[in-house]
Design a protein around this ligand. Structure first.
Ligand SMILES: Cc1ncc(C[n+]2csc(CCOP(=O)(O)OP(=O)(O)O)c2C)c(N)n1
Ligand SMILES: [Mg+2]
Length: 553
């Protein structure tokens, strides 16, 4: 029977299965549906989202959480144009993603969804691979995965759907999967001369901060950083994505960057040396260089830089794997007497509020800082947490007891609207765990349709909304400048009702009294729900207060 003939899409699906793809986020159309159906038959878990952006964004979080390649699929033309916000975010976050996209049929002289997809994808910084030679497609798919893994960036594969439907005329045997073809070099040790120079720098410093990024997390350098800090009497800090790496260390001052708590700001101002480990010294880490005005910077990294994102960031460099570099540095240090640490300092770090500024809050509305404090106490520590975007993310970043391995945030492109997708990616990568998403009302509203996906796929996601009835980031800046608030204040929409409309549980919080009891009850059953906290838009984060001083506010 001719229907039983193997088609090119069969082989394309098998090529993805051969790559070990276990989860794919997709939205179907003519140019990817046959492939997706066949991939599902290969045992791949398909998560069918309601907007293509969310397919790629979920694949990003899946990649970060699983340490594997994230896979998504969209149809040609309008399917592809929908992913243009997600791809630059994946590029900047160095996430390996493969997107199977269709292309318009080659046989037609005219096709309404036809689009020159290559330049569009290239503009995002992702790679675009056109597959137009059926016999070579299995190798081309393998190469796409190789490229994504090696370059740690998204790769979009475009295959015209008339070619996909052709009978397969190539070889039966598939190529070796990409994971078998990657070089596996051992971690890079430092050069002894660099270690000696760095050790001298540390020996001459009195108020050191060891500051770790995701590179330190990936290299397993956490314990080495703690040991270096203990040896030199240093404080510990992290970037936002690496937050929680030192969560239980009494000398950890939290995040250094836009989200630094009060006590951290104070100590960073006095630091005379920052040892940045496995971090790219991006603009927002270090608050654009303002946070540690007196400090020299020693960067320990496999790819050290002097200038990053338009700023001179580091004069001293130790090129090495983060763990090996820090261990060698600790071993090379002379015995040391002075320490920045004291019992009183540990007590201040433990007892001080992230932000103690006093605001006048309207009756009936909550202070976002108190909401976060209550959530920090009430929510179980083994939940996977996902932080989203917006003004509220300052507050949500202040949950110091949560460890790094249970945390995810991806913010390099500064886009709102990704929270639900990232939570779906984490829930897919960690199906045994409860996920909690912390999001803003504006961000959740941008892709609120995914509540239906969460329900349909039974994803265990509790969504906590910090609802200020506004685009907080905008309203606080507009007020500081004395401008009208139109376009930034919308009022409090009924997320609990919206959630119920999608078949999820929903609850509005105008008081925190019942939160501990409800959290315990929810933890016992798990599942998906939306908890909407109505907070005052009078509370302005320290970052906005610094960057946009009161003025007319
Ligand atoms: C895709 C996208 N559109 C617009 C913006 C501009 N923007 C930054 S924060 C923000 C407000 C987000 O509102 P919400 O999620 O309610 O968080 P809030 O700031 O109120 O805490 C907006 C519109 C953006 N960063 N990304
Ligand atoms: Mg808001």
């Amino acid at each position: 029977m001719s229907e039983a003939k193997t088609r090119v899409y069969d082989i394309l699906a098998k090529s993805f299965a051969q790559e070990g793809v276990k989860t794919c986020f997709a939205l179907l159309g003519d140019a990817n549906m046959n492939w997706a159906a066949r991939l599902a038959e290969q045992g791949c878990r398909m998560i069918y989202v309601r907007h293509e952006h969310c397919a790629v964004a979920a694949a990003m979080a899946y990649a970060r959480k699983s340490g594997d390649v994230g896979v998504a699929s969209v149809t040609c033309g309008p399917g592809v144009t929908q992913v243009i916000t997600a791809l630059p975010a994946a590029v900047r976050a160095h996430l390996p993603i493969v997107v199977f996209a269709g292309e318009a049929p080659l046989k037609s002289g005219w096709y309404n969804q036809e689009l020159d997809q290559g330049p569009l994808i290239a503009a995002t910084g992702a790679a675009y691979l056109q597959l137009h030679m059926p016999e070579r497609m299995p190798v081309a798919v393998r190469d796409a995965f190789l490229k994504a893994r090696r370059e740690r960036r998204p790769v979009v594969i475009g295959v015209p759907f008339d070619l996909q439907a052709r009978p397969w005329e190539g070889a039966e045997k598939l190529p070796k999967p990409s994971r078998e073809l990657l070089p596996r070099p051992s971690p890079m040790p430092p050069h002894p001369d660099d270690v000696a120079a760095a050790a001298k720098l540390l020996a001459g410093a009195e108020r050191i901060v060891v500051f770790a990024g995701l590179g330190a997390v990936e290299a397993g350098a956490g314990p080495a950083c703690r040991a270096l800090a203990a040896r030199t009497g240093a404080l510990l800090s992290t970037t936002l994505p690496a937050r929680g790496l030192f969560h239980d260390d009494p000398y950890c001052i939290g995040i250094s960057g836009s989200f630094t708590p009060e006590v951290g700001l104070e100590y960073l101002k006095e630091a005379d040396l920052v040892v940045a480990v496995g971090c790219s010294l991006a603009y927002h880490a270090g608050g654009g260089g303002q946070l540690w005005p007196k400090a020299k910077m020693l960067q320990v990294d496999i790819d050290p830089v002097a200038v990053s994102q338009g700023q001179e960031v580091a004069r001293h460099h130790l090129r090495a794997d983060a763990r090996l570099g820090v261990e060698a540095l600790t071993a090379a240090l002379p015995a040391r007497k002075q320490s920045w640490r004291s019992e009183a300092m540990a007590a201040r770090i433990r007892d001080s509020k992230p932000d103690s500024h006093v605001f006048d809050i309207e009756p009936g509305l909550l202070d976002p800082r108190e909401v976060v404090e209550a959530l920090e106490k009430a929510l179980p520590h083994d939940w996977e947490m996902v932080n989203s975007s917006g003004h509220c993310s300052w507050f949500f970043a202040q949950m110091p007891s949560r460890p790094q391995e249970k945390f995810l945030t991806i913010r390099e492109f500064g886009a709102i609207g990704n929270g639900v997708s990232f939570a779906m990616g984490v829930a897919a990568a960690r199906p045994d765990r409860q996920v909690v998403l912390f999001d803003g009302d504006g961000s959740l509203m941008m892709h609120v349709q995914e509540l239906e996906t969460i329900k349909r796929h039974g994803l265990k996601i509790l969504i906590i909304v910090m609802n200020d009835g506004a685009y907080g980031s905008e309203v606080h800046k507009l007020r500081a400048e004395g401008m009208i608030e139109d376009g930034s204040v919308f009022g409090y929409c009924d997320f609990a009702g919206i959630a119920r409309g999608f078949g999820l549980a929903g609850r509005t919080f105008k008081s925190l009294a019942e939160l501990p009891k409800l959290a315990t009850e929810f933890a016992a059953s798990g599942g998906a729900a939306v908890w909407d906290f109505h907070v005052s838009d009078k509370v302005v984060s320290p970052t906005i207060r610094r960057a946009h001083p009161a003025g007319k506010r």
